[in-house]
Design a protein around this ligand. Structure first.
Ligand code: FRU
Length: 471
């Protein structure tokens, strides 16, 4: 039965069956959150990409919809975005219907095989029934590769001050910005990043948006990177700065990571959500996504996270916290005390300490498998250790311990763990440090052990079982 299989996430979106990678086309429209996703409906490994589709009213419960975009003579349907074209700048609107427009990469596998350098081009599709059905534009592609092999993942938004669309595009080792009056004709504006940020791999899936910073506007540029992440393989870096409609100028040259764990990738934000910015990523890593031990489907998305600017001393960060909507599936929290107890997953653990000290939370089963999550005070690091988490031999680096820095140098600590049957997401210090990791125990984890140094006093320590979103 779908959604009841071993390791099937119970509070995360995953397709009913078959392969998924990146989230695509995330757009909020008429009370519905749309989530499209890289999808291969014929297999549980990556292949000719389609856009799968799911919808939600609350960012928690998802309904899978018919496939939105199929591959065609121009190629596979790679990652991209979707916008609400309120002013009908594209002219796709008919009879007063507002068009939703998807901007995606056409990846031509023939061109790639023949060794050409222009096999990734940007194309359009539109919907006049609020996202139910999609028609590809007959003038595709609208932005042709100038001879750059990695030329993909367009994220588009409306730039109100200059009344034009801005496309943020991943172009190999940098970001290229384009603008357009109508989504069909694109002009290059500028490039960013060749000499900045992490470059251990190719730049993919970017996003550019503004956030409020105490009444000021700051701009955030997300750049996904594969490989070269802080804990190996693929990961999401970001820059903070200013965007004037033509050019992105970073405030400084630091490399920042939105999630330090091994299993958040290709994350971007929903468009058309007003002042709120909601982020979601693919909950896997290209190092092993094709071989994780699930049978009928492969891979899931992270929970949606709300992004906010936070200052710590003179440093500035983008913090991520679980969206408040997730509280609706949380059952009554029970107080935990140090020691072991039986628990049921999925669930959420919340703790706070006035004087942070070493602690660990161990999830385990009676097969001796475990995942250990905690904080090391001396090193000022959070960690997730999945070395003995069950099935790990499908890839040599999967069994490992992953660490992330603490950014709040002193003072109280708060931490939440969103624990599903095969994943944990850690949010510390109001989302300043985030880590996501997946795991595959041979038997479900059903025990939780809380350990802390000395008599590290928890001001708060609770666990709440969560209802499955699939019932
Ligand atoms: C990122 C990515 C994108 C591409 C898509 C193909 O994970 O490689 O750059 O559009 O996946 O499925």
């Amino acid at each position: 039965q779908a959604y009841k299989e071993p390791h099937r996430p119970q509070i995360h979106f995953s397709p009913k069956e078959k392969w998924t990678n990146d989230p695509n086309g995330m757009v909020y429209h008429n009370g519905i959150y749309h989530l499209f996703f890289q999808y291969y409906p014929d297999s549980t490994v990556w292949g000719p990409m389609h856009w799968g589709h799911a919808t939600s009213k609350d960012l928690v419960h998802w309904q899978q919809q018919p496939i939105a975009l199929y591959p065609d003579s121009l190629g596979y349907i790679f990652s991209g975005s979707a916008v609400v074209d309120k002013n009908n700048t594209s002219g796709f609107g008919k009879n007063g219907k507002t068009p939703l427009v998807a901007i995606f990469t056409h990846h031509d596998p023939k061109g790639e095989k023949e060794g050409r350098n222009n096999f990734q081009n940007q194309s359009l599709a539109y919907s006049l029934d609020d996202g139910k059905s999609w028609t590809k534009y007959n003038g595709n592609p609208v932005l042709k590769s100038p001879g750059i092999t990695d030329f993909r993942d367009p994220k588009v938004f409306w730039h109100e001050p200059q009344k034009k669309w801005i496309m943020t595009l991943a172009t190999k080792d940098r970001i290229t910005f384009y603008s357009s009056p109508d989504l069909k004709n694109w002009t290059k504006e500028s490039e960013f990043g060749k000499e900045l940020g992490a470059h251990g791999g190719v730049w993919e899936c970017p996003d550019l948006f503004s956030l409020d910073d105490n009444g000021k506007k700051v701009w955030v540029l997300i750049v996904n990177l594969n490989p070269g992440g802080p804990n190996g393989g693929s990961a999401t870096q970001y820059f903070i700065g200013d965007f004037n409609g033509n050019k992105f100028t970073p405030m400084d040259s630091s490399t920042r990571w939105l999630d330090y764990g091994p299993d958040e990738y290709a994350g971007i934000t929903w468009c058309n959500t007003g002042a709120r910015k909601i982020f979601l990523g693919w909950m896997s890593n290209w190092s092993y996504a094709n071989v994780v031990p699930t049978a009928t489907w492969r891979n899931a998305m992270t929970i949606p996270r709300e992004l906010k600017i936070k200052h710590v001393g003179t440093a500035i960060h983008v913090a991520s916290e679980p969206v408040a909507e997730l509280n609706s599936i949380r059952l009554n929290p029970v107080a935990l005390s140090p020691g072991a107890r039986k628990i049921a997953l999925p669930g959420r653990l919340d703790l706070s300490m006035d004087k942070p000290d070493n602690f660990s939370v161990t999830l385990s089963n009676d097969a001796g498998e475990e995942v250990v999550i905690g904080y090391n005070k001396e090193q000022q690091q959070f960690f997730i250790d999945r070395s003995r988490s069950g099935i790990t031999d499908f890839q040599k680096d999967f069994a490992g311990k992953f660490v992330a820095p603490r950014f709040r140098p002193s003072g109280s600590m708060d931490l939440s763990l969103i624990i599903d049957v095969s994943s944990v997401e850690l949010f510390a210090d109001n989302g300043l440090t985030v880590m996501t990791a997946i795991f595959f125990p041979a038997k479900p984890f059903d025990r939780l052990r809380m350990q802390s140094a000395g008599n590290a006093p928890f001001k708060k320590l609770t666990y709440a079982n969560c209802k499955s979103i699939w019932k």
